[in-house]
Write a protein that binds this ligand. Sequence first.
Ligand code: CAA
Length: 257
Amino acid sequence: MAYDTIKTEKRGNVALITLNRPDALNALNSQLVDELIDAVQAFDADDAIGCMVLTGSEKAFAAGADIKEMQPKTYMDAYKEDLFEKANRIAEARKPIIAAVGGYALGGGCELAMICDFILAADTAKFGQPEISLGVMPGIGGSQRLTRFVGKSKSMEMCLTGRMMDAEEAERSGLVSRIIPAADLVEEAVKTAEKIAGMSRPVAALTKEAVNRSYETTLSEGLRFERRVFHSLFAMEDQKEGMAAFIDKRKPTFKHK
Ligand code: CAA
């Protein structure tokens, strides 16, 4: 599929997806969402790829869902198309996805970054859920995911006032894993993705699934899930190889890559 609103590129075993609607600060219109889902699903199915990086421009990762497209919608339009439900398909990817966020990540942009598995932020990044100023509220998971990342108080304040968080505050609050100088953001994200892509693929996918499970279940069920999956890894050659390589003081060569 040829894309108009995103750019895709393979860098070795890493897929780089760049949101590309510069005139609209990468606002998420329906075409962009469809193209993004298509690209994520294609890379998820591509054996040559082990990890994905999703990024935007220096000015904006994404300034939210497309306000111009949404403005005329009626309740029945939104309900019938189950507006933004399909964004969940990005979260269903089995391969890890890193969000490399520079500039604005607002509304749907912040929500899209949180759908990814972790966020690397440029020192220029600004996160916010300003929907309330538009007479709406977050609709792609902001009220739920942001609360899990930063806690009730900060999430409530951000969702109720639209206040933005800078990169420092976002790191302090647990929304982002690391801050990187803006000029190095994409290279550092790709380097991080290469490291993940070099691990055993099924182990990375199962690790992602286990961490995500912690959001969906109780601690005791999560611990049981983790243990059962951990046990199953002993059936894989990659466990034998990984542990043998440590003992032999060499780098492992994983079979499932
Ligand atoms: N949707 C559609 N177009 C957008 C947009 C959006 N979310 N954000 C920016 N744009 C467009 C602007 O309309 C403008 O287009 P024109 O040149 O045709 O007027 C262009 O991008 C550049 O934007 P600005 O001139 O506003 O740039 P700025 O540097 O002055 O301001 C900004 C940057 C503070 C990010 C400002 O653009 C802004 O506030 N954008 C909207 C942010 C927002 O409210 N996001 C939430 C959207 S609702 C949502 O996401 C719902 C949900 O949860 C699902």
